[in-house]
Design a protein around this ligand. Structure first.
Ligand code: IVH
Length: 695
């Protein structure tokens, strides 16, 4: 990805561009919010640089080019060694060209590279005197920074005391994790403050703020370790000779947080190809990280190579930032839509002025629930920071409060269900139509008939609408009493499609309990939870007999979820009875009831008995396209297969994962498995392993 360059046509446009860039970078480093997102800023600075290259005699003294922090930051604490910026590359070709120029400069190929994430926060120097944290200084203009020692104690990962009483400076990035950012904005709102637009701004603003009535935590990741003038000679010499990777190990041993324990630890690589492979891995993991990264930093690892390469006034020549596409853009919030889902949940959705982020045009973003809107003080017409990474649904990070004009309008919450006009149950965070799943019957039935639930072929969305509009179906159970004549009366229903549909409906009666339960659409019980409940209780009667306490024995059901599941099942009693009367199966094949549901009051506290099978005790994640014997299986059917074979299916890779089945096109999950050293298998290998359990 190469960031396009802003086109500057004349000296006046150049002067304006310089002014805009200076303002933007001043806001960026001061923790305010720039009118420009990172991408727009990069484009502008590249445009300025291009114009200056053609007009070297007309460069303005304020120009941000060639300056650390775009010349915006200030401070009065001198750095003992300049805190430099980094040059950027945007593609494998540019990176390879950089390695070649580095090799020319040092007279040979760099011996080894260190590759680590480029953390999206603020650079900080932390001075330790005889092991005690004494001073925190921002990068400033690179030669002197601002003293922000007041933040000592609020930055996780920067201990007040090192493991050894050494005098050193640790350099690294202060940032807010996603959770810390949410928390900071909540605390700020509670104190009547404007929200921060994104975690980076929040970290910048928080770090520089003195005398605030509250403190909010931030996180530090070290990426440099150097001696101070008072450091003893032996340590000074040792640090000067150490490779970057060794310095990072030492920083971690001293008790400083580094990337070592994240999903994207710093690694070393011998060749440009290996570096680029690691860049891909980190990029693939980006969306899942609990903190923002905006690129990958590649450094010549050996001290000798670094010395030979030297540094320019702005950036070292031995390191480079491989920038990743921006995942955040500023756009406007135009409208909020309120959509009713299949269970009657009324979910708000933001309609945005279309904005392109990393190649996709974003028009909608999730808003979770009404409380979320209130908490974040969003208003119609607001400029908002929108975040989109990987396949994750875009989200609004926060309003850009300082861009408000006063014309923004409050977001009006519905007073009645926007679909059916019934009242709204607002007792929980997620609002729900009082008609529940009957409100959007078409959505509820389409879901129930779907491939992963009752799998009724021929009963698509349009057909469901037809049935509901004809008054033939008023609930799920009515599907099972449809007659041939009723169906034949419908438009576009010939004899063949009628018979096929009746056969499919009849076959659906035999689906396992887990799928029937899932089809009911009990809130909080998706596909895998429905399977767990069905396996645990084995029959619908046992499930219905379970109280909240018994329900909690199912893995993944906590004190909050259990009573709501029990209550909803009790509301569904008439429907369940009707389904059973229509001949729908209410048992889970192969499962034996556990726990108290069957009246076994003494067995409290136990969890499901471990099952046998080739995957017993294993947690398996499936990713990428399945092939061979597994080709036709949906992800849900793969998960069912895993559980039939005694394993536990999961959708995300963690340290608890035992096996990742990676088909073609597998991306971030495979990368994470490799990073964590988790066993990987192909679809074919997996098919052999579970051959006895494939239907
Ligand atoms: S090394 C002399 N390593 O990126 C080397 N910087 O755009 C300079 N940054 O000022 C820094 N993650 O604030 C380095 N792993 C990393 C980094 C990193 C983030 C920041 C740092 C720096 C800026 C340059």
């Amino acid at each position: 990805m190469t960031t396009p360059v802003a086109v500057i046509v004349d000296a006046a446009a150049y002067a304006q561009a310089v002014e805009d860039a200076v303002k933007a970078s001043a806001a960026y480093y001061a923790g305010g919010t720039s009118v420009l997102d990172d991408d727009a800023y990069d484009r502008l600075v590249r445009g300025i640089a291009a114009w200056e290259a053609d007009h070297p005699d007309e460069v303005l003294p304020d120009s941000p080019t060639g300056k650390v922090a775009g010349g915006a930051a200030e401070g009065d604490v001198p750095h003992t060694v300049a805190m430099l910026s980094l040059d950027n590359v945007f593609s494998p070709e540019e990176f390879t060209a950089w390695t070649a120029s580095l090799a020319r400069r040092i007279g040979h190929e760099a011996e080894r590279f260190s590759v680590e994430p480029k953390l999206d926060g603020l650079a900080i120097a932390a001075r330790y005197t005889r092991g005690r944290l004494t001073r925190l200084i921002t990068r400033g203009d690179g030669t002197a920074g601002e003293d922000v020692s007041h933040a000592i104690g609020t930055v996780e990962g920067l201990p007040r005391e090192l493991v050894e009483p050494v005098t050193v400076e640790v350099r690294g990035e202060v940032l807010m994790t996603t959770d810390q950012f949410e928390h900071a904005n909540e605390v700020r709102a509670a104190h009547g403050g404007q929200p921060f637009a994104n975690p980076r701004n929040a970290a910048a603003g928080t770090l520089r703020a003195k005398d605030r009535a509250y403190t909010v935590p931030m996180t530090f990741f070290g990426y440099g370790l150097l001696p101070l003038p008072d450091t003893d000679a032996a340590l000074t010499a040792r640090l000067g000779e150490s490779a970057h990777s060794a310095l990072m190990t030492q920083a971690a041993e001293l008790g400083v947080n580094t990337t070592a324990r994240t999903a994207v630890p710093g690694v070393t690589a011998e060749t440009a190809e290996q570096v680029l492979a690691r860049v891909e891995e980190i990029a693939a993991l980006r969306a899942e990280l609990p903190f923002g990264i905006d690129g990958i930093v590649i450094k010549a690892d050996l001290a000798a190579d670094q010395r030979a390469a030297g540094s320019g006034s702005r950036a070292p020549r031995w390191a480079i930032a491989y920038k990743l596409p921006a995942v955040e853009k500023i756009t406007r919030l135009l409208e909020v839509e309120w959509n009713v889902g299949r269970t009657g949940i009324i979910a708000p959705r933001a309609v945005l002025e279309p904005v392109e982020i990393d190649g996709s045009t974003i028009t909608y973003a999730t808003l979770h629930n009404p409380a979320d809107i209130t908490r974040r003080d969003l208003r119609l017409g607001d400029h908002v920071m929108v975040h989109r990474a990987g396949d994750v649904i875009p989200r609004i990070e926060a309003p850009v409060a300082h861009l408000r004009t006063g014309d923004e309008q409050a977001i009006v919450f519905p007073e009645v269900c926007p679909r059916c006009g019934a009242g709204i149950d607002t007792s929980e965070q997620r609002w729900r139509c009082e008609n529940g799943r009957n409100c959007h019957l078409v959505a509820a039935l389409s879901y129930a008939a779907g491939r992963d639930q009752l799998d009724i072929e021929g009963l698509g969305h349009t057909r469901v609408i037809q049935l509901v509009e004809a008054g033939l179906v008023a609930d799920l159970a009515d599907l099972f009493t449809l007659t041939r004549d009723q169906l034949l009366d419908l438009e576009r229903m010939g004899e063949t499609s009628t018979d096929n549909l009746l056969t499919a409906i009849s076959a659906a009666k035999g689906q396992p309990l887990s799928r029937v339960l899932c089809a009911l659409g009990v809130r909080g019980t998706g596909r895998s939870m429905s399977r767990r409940i069905a396996r645990y209780f084995a029959t619908m009667d046992n499930i219905r007999a379970a109280d909240a306490e018994a329900m909690q024995r199912v893995e993944g059901i906590g004190t909050e979820k259990a009573p709501s599941i029990v209550a909803e099942l009790s509301d569904l009693a008439p429907l369940i009875d009707k389904l059973a009367a229509a001949g729908v199966n209410m048992t889970e094949p192969g499962a034996t009831p556990q726990g108290t549901a069957a009246g076994d009051a003494d067995s409290g506290g136990e969890t499901a008995e471990p099952m046998g099978g080739p995957l017993a005790g294993m947690t398996v994640v499936v990713t990428g396209a399945m092939t061979g014997a597994l080709e036709k299986l949906s992800r849900n059917q793969m998960n069912e297969l895993i559980e039939r074979a005694g394993g536990r299916a999961s959708s995300s890779v963690s340290k608890k994962t035992t096996l990742v089945v990676a088909g073609e096109g597998a991306g971030s999950k495979r990368a994470k498995a490799e990073t964590l050293g988790i066993r990987l298998g192909t679809p074919d290998e997996f098919a052999t392993l579970v051959a006895d359990f494939i239907d």
